[in-house]
Design a protein around this ligand. Sequence first.
Ligand SMILES: [Zn+2]
Ligand SMILES: [Zn+2]
Length: 152
Amino acid sequence: MSDLVKTDLRERGEYFKQCYIDNRNEKLEYQNEYNHDNKEKHKEYNRERHAKNKDHIRKQRQEYYEKNKEKILKRGREYYHKNKEKCFSHHYVKQALLSGELKKLPCILCGVLNVEAHHPDYSKPLDVVWLCPTHHRRVHSGAVSLEGNVHG
Ligand SMILES: [Zn+2]
Ligand SMILES: [Zn+2]
């Protein structure tokens, strides 16, 4: 494990807090998705009962939560885990580039010099593949596969 990965835990916490704020749009998206999941139920509920009855809405939310607790908690954990690793990974890459431990390479698919760090595995923050923005997007959308192109 490199020294970078052993970064002070407090520093990691601070960094994550900042990164979490930076990612609030993603968080909103996640919430929208969640609301969308429940929209139909709310609609039905509102039609049948008094739309502005807050107590009932609260009760219904509580019931939904109780019924889907496992699912909700699992999604929350996955979301947190995914983003935490993503934040740290980008942080490490930035630090490693500054310290010289990591060097940018041309896009492995087309050789363009303007590249971004792609992580095939976020649990290995310094294990990156260099891709131009176009190929980076394509890899994430699934249009391009890195298989056979990744070395090491
Ligand atoms: Zn490329
Ligand atoms: Zn990527």
